[in-house]
Design a protein around this ligand. Structure first.
Ligand SMILES: Cc1cc2nc3c(=O)[nH]c(=O)nc-3n(C[C@H](O)[C@H](O)[C@H](O)COP(=O)(O)OP(=O)(O)OC[C@H]3O[C@@H](n4cnc5c(N)ncnc54)[C@H](O)[C@@H]3O)c2cc1C
Length: 379
């Protein structure tokens, strides 16, 4: 597999570096402290085509493939993981679900708004009592004429409050039946649909995470994605692609933490020499660089396979599991290399450290990735 960046990847990476230096870096610590989701940045990234990276041009998207998508998320996350997470959730989950399973009318109706970031997308699978075990969900939809009435709550939803549109997977059959769940699109403003409590988080603080609450929320049957009973299977397929984006997010944060630590190790002097001269520090950097390279290979390989239309169930889990664990290790060693300064907000190491931990949790924890991988290899 040739991993040399294409002209498009180079162009996207440069565009994000320029954008980030001007519109993200100056304010990102302010957003982090106040937990502000910078909607204007999200919209500006939409104008650059980054909120519909995988959406074909006929639906208003950029029409790129997974290699460009991984490059974009990694480059953005190198600057700020929160913005990378929001971009990943919008593109892979909400938009990705409609793109993969919507009919032509639904795609024409919603994708152009999502791809340009005129609308912000949310995707609700997780509930307060069912995360890893999402198939055990309790939010229901009951048929009433040509409508479905949704009741229940979704938890930990990226853009659960600011999102203009949500894809939500709800129970339409028996608990325990993987064919007893269905996906619906719910637009903001639909009576009975509202955002709930906003989480106060360790990291990724500029990415909004809230509840979504449904109280007798009536949704027309034309908002159903695919057929009744297909929702859970659709969601698992969406996550197969989504995990590549979380691997890219992990890769970006790890690279950011590494580059910051590398530069600092050459500037910081102790015992009359740069700390990079100490083998204890140089070997940390060597481990970080090696693991990041390996994570990059796994992530781009999964992306390449996805582009080719191959089943990436195992490969996206490989990438997500490994890259997210590498991300946490790199961010942890990053703080260590900065020493006491790494523990302060004067340097970027502490933010990478806090942001990194989400990567081993969101879109399936590391334990769940190992479940997916072990099931695949033991088949
Ligand atoms: C910032 C953020 C953004 C998110 N965005 C979204 C979103 O947009 N949409 C959405 O639907 N969800 C979202 N989530 C939810 C996320 O996907 C879940 O938090 C995640 O899947 C884990 O579920 P849980 O939190 O309920 O943990 P639990 O499932 O309760 O897991 C707790 C622990 O038990 C372990 N565990 C559980 N089952 C097993 C098992 N079978 N074997 C071994 N160990 C196991 C887990 O690995 C974990 O260590 C988000 C979460 C966060 C924190």
């Amino acid at each position: 597999m040739d991993l040399t960046f294409t002209e498009n990847q180079k162009m996207i990476a440069q565009m994000i570096r320029d954008f980030g230096a001007k519109h993200i870096k100056p304010d990102m610590m302010k957003w982090d402290e106040s937990q502000e989701f910078p909607v204007h940045v999200f919209k500006a990234l939409g104008e650059l085509g980054l909120m519909g990276v995988l959406v074909p041009t006929e639906y208003g998207g950029s029409g790129f493939g997974y290699l460009e998508y991984v490059t974009a998320i990694a480059e953005l996350s190198k600057i700020d993981g929160s913005i990378g997470l929001s971009m990943a959730a919008h593109n892979s989950l909400c938009t990705g679900h409609i793109l993969a399973f919507g009919n032509e009318e639904q795609k024409m109706k919603w994708l152009p708004k999502l791809a340009t970031a005129e609308w912000i997308g949310a995707w609700g699978l997780t509930e307060p009592n069912t995360g890893s075990d999402s198939g055990n969900m309790r939010t229901t939809a009951v048929k009433d004429g040509d409508h479905w009435v949704i009741n229940g709550a979704k938890n930990f939803i990226t853009h659960g409050k600011s999102g203009n549109i949500a894809v939500v997977i709800v129970r339409t059959g028996e608990v325990g039946d993987s064919h007893g769940m269905t996906a619906f699109v719910v637009e903001r403003g639909t009576p009975g649909f509202e955002g709930g409590r906003k989480e106060d988080k360790l990291g990724m603080r500029a990415s909004e995470t809230t509840e979504m609450i449904f109280t007798d929320c009536r949704v027309h049957e034309s908002n159903m994605l695919g057929k009744e009973g297909e929702g859970f299977i659709q969601a698992m397929k969406v996550l197969d692609g989504g995990r590549i984006s979380i691997a890219a997010l992990s890769l970006g944060i790890a690279q950011g933490a590494f580059e910051a630590a590398l530069a600092y190790s050459k500037e910081r002097h102790q015992f009359n020499k740069p700390i990079s001269d100490f083998q204890g520090i140089a070997f940390k950097l060597a481990d970080m660089a090696t693991e990041i390279e390996a994570a990059s290979l796994l992530t781009y390989r999964a992306a390449d396979m996805k582009n080719k239309g191959l089943n990436v169930n195992k490969e996206s889990a490989f990438a997500k599991y490994y890259a997210s664990e590498v991300c946490v290790r790199a961010a942890t060693e990053g703080v260590q290399i900065f020493g006491g300064y790494g523990y302060t907000k004067d340097y970027p190491a502490e933010k990478y450290y806090r942001d990194s931990k989400l990567c081993t949790i969101g879109e399936g924890t590391s334990e769940i990735q190992k479940l997916v991988i072990s099931r695949a290899i033991l088949k």
